[in-house]
Design a protein around this ligand. Sequence first.
Ligand SMILES: Cc1ncc(C[n+]2csc(CCOP(=O)(O)OP(=O)(O)O)c2C)c(N)n1
Ligand code: SF4
Ligand SMILES: [Mg+2]
Length: 310
Amino acid sequence: MDGTKNYPGDKRMPGKKKENIKEDYNLKPSDFNTSRRPTWCTGCGNFAIWNAMKKAFVKLSLYPHQVLIVYGIGCSGNGVNFLRSYSFHSLHGRTLPVATGAKIANHKMVVLAVSGDGDGMGIGGNHFIHSCRRNINITNIVHDNHVYGLTTGQTSPTSDQGFKSKSTPSGVLETPVNPISLALAAGATFVARGFSGDIGQLGEIIQKAIKHRGFSFIDILQPCVTFNKIDSYEYYREKIYSMDTIKGYDRADLENAFHKSLEEEKIPTGIFYQTQKPIYEDGLKQIDRKPLIDHIISDIDMNKLFNKYY
Ligand SMILES: Cc1ncc(C[n+]2csc(CCOP(=O)(O)OP(=O)(O)O)c2C)c(N)n1
Ligand code: SF4
Ligand SMILES: [Mg+2]
């Protein structure tokens, strides 16, 4: 947690245990602000994601000490400095393994993994696939601006074919990763797309994703106003439509979700797919009765084990 100042109603004293934290104040989005103001470029879509996340926590009555957010490296990852919660600034591409470890250590905690498209779909792509199929109860948010923002605008795995950047001056040759299709194919149990130009819908999706029991994935179309002049707010506003407008859309229909994920002429937003399956934690006997962090380990003698192998 950002340690700059206690949030209102926080009765903790240094060294006191978590049980002493009281949720006795009227939660508001600004309770999730740190003392630092965001440094993102003016107009960056990250602002809306930051606001939508804070609003979603308030709607769910989640207090800062009940949430862990694991960030990757990137402009998206810099959110670690601006959103007050327990947080961990991990390595580029490694948000999901860190979040997975934290969730297993304390499965009572609400855990989110926040990364960029380069982070989540490039170097972290392998972790993404296995996190989807593992169905661990965490929420993965990808700020999908189709570029490597922090390193000044190189091509990312979701950049459009033909996109020109410093790293591909003649245009991208490959077809882009489709994060929604990939999540569906890999077995994610909640798959959604948001747009940072629609904070109302985005906040709703984030709430539902956190409430979902299982791995929930949200790909957020997030304009990078500095390094991606193609995928702008105007561009998206022309192309986007909400799936909430489709009467009778069945979110449990995987095949239909796939079809939707492949639409390009118009871009659907909202929840593509949601289903219930046993979560990874259900199979872990060690955390059946209480979180791993509450186990008493001081009387475990490791010497026997060490002596056996050394
Ligand atoms: C292992 C590793 N490789 C490369 C980098 C350099 N690096 C830092 S941020 C970044 C790209 C970030 O792009 P993205 O994940 O899309 O996040 P954005 O900045 O667009 O939010 C890269 C390549 C790094 N920090 N660590
Ligand atoms: S470089 Fe792009 S993604 Fe990064 S803060 Fe600026 S507008 Fe946002
Ligand atoms: Mg990016």
